[in-house]
Design a protein around this ligand. Structure first.
Ligand code: ATP
Ligand code: MG
Ligand code: MG
Length: 406
């Protein structure tokens, strides 16, 4: 037995160095925004080294990373150079150079999730084609190339009609709603015309939006976090309630659709699956993010394993952690820029000051260099013994007289 252990160790010495902790592998993250920052925070707890690639010298993850390469995650030469300094490549944003990731993978670079996944997801139209090919329920959709095809799609799907950019979309920037056929041209123009690729989706008559974070390990094991309700304001995630207040049947359906969607993609990591719940109890997939996600911020305080720790465990090949909630209820409130510059900071500070005195509340501030309207500047998670109590606590730190619907 001893001989066999010694031979195992000597073999490992030749192949991979023995880990001196949870993992000796340097994880390279393309992108250094708030998601990258929270990945670095989780990594520090496990003593895993995280390098980041981001063009902004003072991006949110910069000060927390092991090494920050200043450069574009959409530039081939830069991504190749960055890859030389990492043992595993992962992403905190899907708008990265997928061609280069594919090339690097062929050269043996370990990308998690796989470049094929990033390629499918970064083009929302391809994403829809992929998921409909895997029998995942979706709103009907169609590519449009000119006004004529848009009019045809409107006749087929009815109005309001959701027009979406295929690429580079986030926080609803890339979506435009045409309420009538006459409004099509202005909606298409608002998205910069047909040049960058557009498609349309039938309006989803949802009663609620749900999201499920799904984790997949390198051994293809899958674990799901409890489904949450996401509340959007002007297309931007505003509030997340965990768990969603739905029947066991709806929670199971949402989890089934989400895990089937993720099972159709390749690679390890956490994935966020955004869903629509319709009046008749149907679940439709909106989109998938191949990375930690806004709908999973609450997991830092409310689950045994946060989505950030889980992502790192998955990509480095550690066992997945327990995704269940350790608090009965939690609510995440996004601190969005209410105004430009100093005026915006003053409003945010007032909320933060009150949140710091609220039981069960944890404040996260991303340290973004500029305050801009509608920009995600930080978030506050409140945990508590019931959703009623958590809601009351959130209301207590919002602006006095605020009409915000939570
Ligand atoms: P994210 O920041 O989540 O990446 P995004 O820019 O990719 O957002 P979507 O998720 O496509 O945008 O849409 C943003 C929001 O717009 C959705 O959360 C939902 O509220 C609404 N929406 C999107 N598609 C539809 C649809 N087909 N019918 C009705 N509402 C929709
Ligand atoms: Mg999106
Ligand atoms: Mg979305």
């Amino acid at each position: 037995c001893r001989a066999s252990i010694e031979s195992d160790v000597s073999q490992r010495k030749e192949d991979v160095p023995a880990p001196h902790g949870l993992s000796d592998k340097i994880v390279g993250v393309l992108g250094g925004g708030q998601l990258g920052r929270m990945l670095c925070q989780a990594a520090s707890q496990m003593a895993i080294k995280v390098n980041i690639l981001d063009p902004l010298e003072n991006c949110p993850a910069s000060s927390m990373s092991h090494y920050h390469m200043v450069g574009s995650f959409d530039d081939s030469a830069t991504v190749e150079e960055f890859a030389k300094r990492c043992e595993i490549l992962t992403v905190e944003i899907e708008h990265v150079d997928a061609d280069t990731l594919e090339k690097l993978e062929k050269q043996g670079v370990d990308c998690q999730p796989k470049a094929s996944t990033i390629r499918i997801i970064q083009d929302k139209f391809l994403q829809k084609v992929h998921f409909s090919g895997h029998d995942i329920p979706l709103p009907r959709f169609k590519q449009i190339e000119d006004l004529e095809s848009a009019i045809k799609a409107g006749q087929e799907f009815g109005y309001p009609l959701m027009i979406k950019s295929r690429r580079l979309a986030y926080d609803g920037r890339g979506n435009a709603v045409a309420k009538t056929e006459e409004a099509l041209t202005s909606a298409i123009n608002a998205l910069g015309g047909f040049g960058h690729g557009l498609y349309v989706e039938q309006w989803a008559p949802f009663v609620k939006e749900l999201a499920v974070i799904v984790a997949r390990g390198r051994d293809n094991s899958i674990l799901c976090y409890p489904a949450v309700e996401t509340v959007h304001r002007d297309n931007i995630c505003h509030i997340v309630k965990a768990p969603a207040n739905e029947s066991w049947k709806i929670m199971k359906l949402a989890t089934d659709v989400a895990s089937r969607a993720v099972a159709s993609l390749e690679g390890a990591g956490v994935f966020a699956v955004e869903l629509f719940l319709t009046e008749d109890g149907e679940i439709l997939l909106n989109e998938v993010a191949p990375r930690p996600h806004n709908s999973g911020h609450h997991t830092i305080e409310s689950c045994y394993t946060s989505q950030y720790e889980q992502h790192l465990r998955a990509v480095v090949g550690l066992p997945l952690g327990d995704p269940s909630m350790k608090a009965p209820a939690s609510m995440m409130y996004n601190i969005l820029g209410e105004d430009e510059g100093e005026a915006g900071f003053i409003i945010a500070n007032q909320i933060i000051k009150r949140a710091l005195c609220t039981p069960g509340a944890t404040v996260h501030w991303y340290d973004k260099p500029d305050m801009r309207k509608q920009r995600k500047m930080g978030h506050i998670t409140v945990v508590g013994p019931s959703m009623g109590i958590v809601e009351a606590r959130v209301k207590s730190f919002l602006k006095e007289g605020s009409a915000e619907d939570i």
